[in-house]
Ligand binder design. Structure first.
Ligand SMILES: Cc1cc2nc3c(=O)[nH]c(=O)nc-3n(C[C@H](O)[C@H](O)[C@H](O)COP(=O)(O)OP(=O)(O)OC[C@H]3O[C@@H](n4cnc5c(N)ncnc54)[C@H](O)[C@@H]3O)c2cc1C
Length: 484
């Protein structure tokens, strides 16, 4: 029997797992997909928000500011790319100024440090590509950008190093009460656990309803984005917001930690929690809205588009706490934006709830806060590159030309403790397929390497989840092709 089972391997579940691994507890993380960070965590704006948006007194407001402050330490320990690039909210007319001042006031109430109202001219001095219509802006120096999936993966790796167990391709389909806790019915074997933590994102209402009467509903809200080539990565250096609307924080323009430019998202309620396709109309609305902030973004440099789904709760705030009718069952639900920012603080809070329930378990004497860093070959100085190639010639073979990723790095990413099992898993850990050609060149090589390293046929290599096979069988062999 496990002490704790976490349902859902997004950034919330993975950081909670890491935080729990500081203690002597037997923890299992289960994830329905074939990799962690495959839900909302893989498709969002990747902004570490300063914290002026949420209403004072809400969980969103509290955990946003606390989470933001933890980012330097957490990302430092886990070797995750994070940069405090600062953010600006723009007002385009006198009529928007009350909203801008309201954000500033809210930010001060929430405890956001360093907020500054600046003139339109000053905003354009700091960001030359901003529109001439900008009359005033709210500058927040603590705003940042991060790689969300890297954070989740790094947290899971670190938690596993510290004793957590993980089960992928395992969907929870039912939950039964047993005398000491819960029995989780899954697509794999049944799992017994004293405590269950519901971090199932878009499905967290369904998981809650397995143990208690319905208390909230999750409404998936889609947000669509453009990703630009690195050639546009310096178009802005801050994250540029517009004044928020009842639909959310509006369309932003931001550099990414990997040097690309990101423009989006819109906000549209959808029926299905898997509806992550982009639409021509949605992307057109994103482009139109973004042109208000900066009219000269070069859309010819777009390399891809994507959509993410917000797990918007009908309660208006994060839902975090033990369910009254289900002792030992903890909801961490409705974690829409600023959930990525809040995640490190939520993880500490939930761990405190669990410790209390388990009667203060002892500290894990073997806990280490750092993980073995990933090898990023292209970032290394020439001597280090030679040393890696001497040690393992696979570091001398480039598989992804756009991002200069070597076979050696891919093999390492597959064999790590929470290693990549899918094409998208390799892509998220190292970026083959995230460059200009979007996997056109390296995709087949990655499939080949996955098949070889996992010792499975290529027809079993998946994109990202159990049913997502890429190849169905051989069409004709090379010798047949020559004869034909
Ligand atoms: C468009 C958009 C923009 C955003 N921008 C930002 C931003 O800039 N900054 C910010 O702070 N936040 C942002 N967010 C919010 C942030 O992305 C989320 O708060 C965060 O990713 C939520 O993580 P999670 O772990 O709760 O959910 P997820 O990442 O969705 O993880 C939940 C996991 O549970 C698994 N699961 C579900 N059901 C089951 C089951 N039955 N059995 C087993 N596993 C299951 C899923 O497969 C999934 O992997 C944004 C969100 C969106 C959609």
């Amino acid at each position: 029997m496990f002490d704790i089972t976490i349902i859902g391997g997004g950034v919330i579940g993975c950081l909670i797992g890491r935080e729990l691994s500081r203690y002597r507890v037997k923890t299992l993380l289960i994830e329905k997909d074939s990799d962690i960070a495959n839900g909302t965590t893989k498709a969002n704006s990747a902004i570490v928000h300063a914290g002026f948006d949420a209403k004072p007194g809400t969980l969103k407001g509290k955990f946003n500011v606390e989470g933001n402050a933890l980012y330097d330490r957490v990302c430092g320990e886990l070797s995750v790319p994070f940069k405090r690039n600062g953010s600006m909210v723009l007002a385009f007319s006198e009529s928007e100024l009350p909203e801008l001042y309201n954000l500033e006031k809210r930010g001060r109430q929430n405890g956001v440090p360093g907020l500054e109202l600046i003139s339109g001219d000053e905003a354009r001095r700091r960001e030359p590509h901003l529109a001439k219509e900008v009359v005033e802006a709210l500058y927040a120096p603590t705003g940042g950008i991060v790689s969300p999936w890297d954070l989740a993966i790094a947290a899971a790796e670190n938690a596993i190093d510290n004793g957590m167990e993980m089960s992928l391709d395992t969907e929870v389909t039912g939950i039964e009460r047993i005398p000491d806790g819960y029995r989780l019915i899954t697509t794999g074997t049944a799992i017994e656990s004293r405590i269950v933590i519901n971090c199932a994102g878009l499905h967290s209402d369904r998981i809650h309803n397995m143990v208690a009467t319905p208390a909230f509903k999750i409404i998936p809200r889609r947000g669509e984005y453009f990703v630009f080539d690195r050639s546009e990565g310096n178009h802005v250096s801050h994250t540029i917001f517009q004044c928020p609307t009842p639909n959310g924080k509006g369309v932003l323009i931001s550099p990414s930690v990997h040097g690309n430019l990101l423009v989006g998202p819109n906000a549209e309620a959808v029926q299905d929690a898997e509806h992550t396709e982009t639409t021509a109309a949605g992307l057109a609305s994103v482009r139109e809205a973004a042109s208000k902030s900066s009219p000269d973004v070069a859309y010819s440099a777009v390399i891809t588009s994507f959509a993410g789904l917000r797990a918007t709760p009908d309660t208006g705030d994060f839902i975090i706490g033990e369910v009254k009718e289900a002792p030992g069952f903890i909801d961490v639900a409705g974690i829409e934006s600023p959930g990525l920012t809040a995640a490190p603080a939520i993880a500490i809070h939930v761990t405190e709830l669990v410790r209390e329930r388990l009667g203060n378990p002892a500290a894990n004497p073997e806990f280490t806060p750092t993980r073995r860093p990933m090898v990023h070959f292209s970032h290394l100085p020439a001597e280090a590159k030679s040393a890696w190639i001497q040690k393992d010639p696979r570091f001398g073979r480039i598989v992804c030309r756009c991002e200069s990723i070597t076979e050696g790095e891919i093999v390492d990413a597959i064999h790590r403790n929470a290693g990549a099992r899918t094409v998208d898993g390799v892509k998220r850990r190292l970026r083959p397929g995230m460059g200009r050609c979007q996997g056109g060149f390296c995709g087949p090589r990655v499939v080949e390497i996955l098949a070889r390293e996992l010792n499975i046929p290529m027809t079993e290599v998946r994109k990202d989840r159990p049913a997502s096979v890429l190849l169905t069988g051989v069409t004709k062999s090379a010798s047949e092709a020559v004869i034909a």
